[in-house]
Ligand binder design. Structure first.
Ligand SMILES: C[S@@+](CC[C@H](N)C(=O)[O-])C[C@H]1O[C@@H](n2cnc3c(N)ncnc32)[C@H](O)[C@@H]1O
Length: 322
């Protein structure tokens, strides 16, 4: 399939998923087509990736950063702006388990991308069994090649709506900036509830359109195996990180400039980055060049744009009647 057709199917699917007033997905057939487009988009992103790339918008919160620096004293010397890692840290921080309680616990990240965020978590919770799952085979191949080690950190290819894990088998499921592309969000939550052990935790961070947020709010109210215990709107913190990243000379921009790529790919990549990495969410107006490239189908024309970015934590209730 051509790049422009992949982008068209991806953006149409995103619109169908995120713009319906009640957040309901696009139906099974369109959903499966959309998943193929999603995996192709992230396969392309993986092909142009470098070691250390994390694919989320990031957040900036002084308190979170100070805590990371306390737990990892060398963090300031990492070659990163630290914004994406803050989202990962937040994901575990709000789960009521101490970092020293993770030894021997099984943690799954659904939608792990290149696995670098999970690799960061492995520094916070040594001794935990961490598994990353993603729909993109190219992302998983890279994660395996760059990061897999025997025991501790493994990666599998799979679909969030069909998790290849036994019932009641995992302690914690992490999901960061991925679920807005799942056609059937309710099914994903049912899968998480199935694979978590009773008393296990889901920590979920993502963008929300109004419809998608209404859907989650409705699902949270339904009595089911997940009991929702925490919610925080982190839109302001995410916007701060994006604005800092878009500033000329930022670490994010320098890392992109350092990638080896032909000029056309650099121009397209720069515009796609603005479209994909939240520039509009953070209030940056679209340039004429971006609009033209979108019209030509050369960068994704995202339309169902989110209006908030939120963190939720849920626990699988214990002792459910069979
Ligand atoms: C924006 S990236 C975020 C990656 C990572 N969580 C992070 O924060 O950097 C979204 C990821 O979700 C994955 N994804 C999308 N749909 C998926 C699905 N149905 N099942 C599993 N992974 C999926 C994509 O392939 C991509 O790697």
């Amino acid at each position: 399939m051509s790049t422009s057709k992949v982008f068209t199917e991806f953006t149409e699917g995103l619109r169908a998923i995120n713009s319906s007033p009640d957040g309901n997905g696009p139906g099974k057939a369109l959903g499966e087509r959309f998943k193929n487009a999603t995996s192709s988009v992230y396969d392309m992103a993986a092909a142009g990736s470098a070691k250390g790339d994390i694919w989320n918008w990031g957040m900036h919160d002084d308190a979170v950063l100070a805590e990371i620096r306390e737990v990892i004293p060398g963090f300031a010397r990492y070659d990163t702006d630290g914004f994406s890692e803050q989202l990962y840290f937040l994901a575990l921080r709000e789960v009521p388990l101490g970092l020293d309680e993770y030894a021997g616990k099984s943690v799954l990240e659904v939608g792990c991308g290149l696995g670098e965020g999970l690799n960061f978590l492995s520094r916070l919770v040594p001794g935990a069994e961490l598994t990353g799952l993603d729909l993109s085979t190219a992302a998983i191949d890279r994660a395996k090649a760059r990061l897999s080690r025997s025991g501790g950190l493994t990666f599998v290819h799979g679909d969030a709506e069909n998790l290849p894990f036994e019932d009641d088998s995992l302690d914690v499921v992490v999901n960061i900036e991925s679920s807005h592309t799942y056609p059937d969000f309710e099914r994903f939550l049912a899968e998480v509830a199935r694979v978590l052990k009773p008393g296990g935790w889901l920590t979920h961070i993502d963008t929300f359109t109004t419809g998608r947020y209404e859907l989650l709010t409705r699902l949270k109210k339904e009595s089911g195996p997940l009991e929702w215990v925490h919610e925080r709107d982190i839109s302001a913190e995410v916007r701060t990180a994006i604005r800092r990243r878009m500033t000329p000379g930022s670490h994010f921009r320098r890392a992109f400039d350092a990638k080896r790529m032909p000029l056309p790919a650099r121009v397209l990549g720069e515009e796609a980055r603005k479209a994909i990495f939240g520039a509009k969410f953070a209030g940056f107006p679209e340039s004429r060049r971006t609009r033209l490239l979108k019209k030509a189908g050369l960068v994704p024309a995202l339309t169902a744009l989110p209006d908030s970015y939120r963190h939720h934590v849920a626990r699988k209730v214990q002792g459910l009647a069979p």
